[in-house]
Structures are given as structure tokens and as C-alpha cells.
Design a protein around this ligand. Sequence first.
Ligand code: HEC
Length: 104
Amino acid sequence: MLKKISCLALLCSVAALAHADPFASGDPRIGKQMVEKHCISCHASSFGGDGSGIYTREDRRVKTAKGLIAQIRTCNTNLGLNWFEDEEMHVASYLNKNYYKFEK
Ligand code: HEC
């Protein structure tokens, strides 16, 4: 009986961890396609490789989850992509899961 309870507790803490994702409403698979289509070529031409070095460089600009969504919004506006908020979430979710790894 005791074993069962601690198992449950473990499951719950795993679920709680999953909720620490600040962009849980976004779908990283959609975000990946959006970034590949609209964002990578320019980053790659200035940073080389697949351009992802821009997200992981030591003096990167984005330091918080809020900062990440703000940066994406700025790019979105500057480039005239007209992404909706939920689309920005997909991109934030993708970039966060793969590069930034902010938890809240
Ligand atoms: C025309 C070129 C260009 C395009 C297109 C572009 N970016 Fe950028 N992006 C840059 C440059 C240059 C920087 C670095 C700015 C700096 O260092 O001040 C940057 C920085 C960033 C950063 C911050 C990286 C850090 O330092 O943490 C993010 C996030 C980002 N871009 C996301 C995007 C997204 C999302 C898109 C697609 C909607 C996009 N960018 C499209 C040129 C571009």
C-alpha cells in the first residue's frame, strides 16, 4: 500500500515538472517548421552552421522566458510576418525546449 502511494507521489511530481514549461501552450514541432522557414537563413548567414549558435552564444541577449517571447515578437513585427500570439508560442516553445531551457 505504501509503495503505491509513493509511486503516485512520483507521478505527480513528474506532472508538476512538465508544468514548469513556460510555453506549454505552444507546439514545438510547429515552431520548428516556422523557424526553419522564416528565421534560420539570416541567423545562419551571420553565425554560421545552422544558425542556432545565436541562441547559445555566451553573451546572448535573451535571458528569461519573458525576454524570449519579447524577442520573438520583435522579430515577428520587424519581418512583417503577422504571426498570431499562439504562433509566437509555438516558436517560443521550440526555441526554449531546444536551446534556452527556461523553466518559468
Ligand atoms: C534579417 C535577419 C534576421 C532574421 C530574418 C531573423 N533574425 Fe533573429 N536575430 C538576427 C540578429 C542579427 C540577431 C542578433 C541581434 C543582436 O545580437 O543584437 C538576432 C537575434 C535573435 C534572437 C536572440 C538571440 C539571443 O541572443 O538570445 C532570437 C531569439 C531571434 N533572433 C529569433 C528570431 C526569430 C524567431 C526569427 C524568425 C521570426 C528571426 N530571429 C529572424 C537577425 C535575424
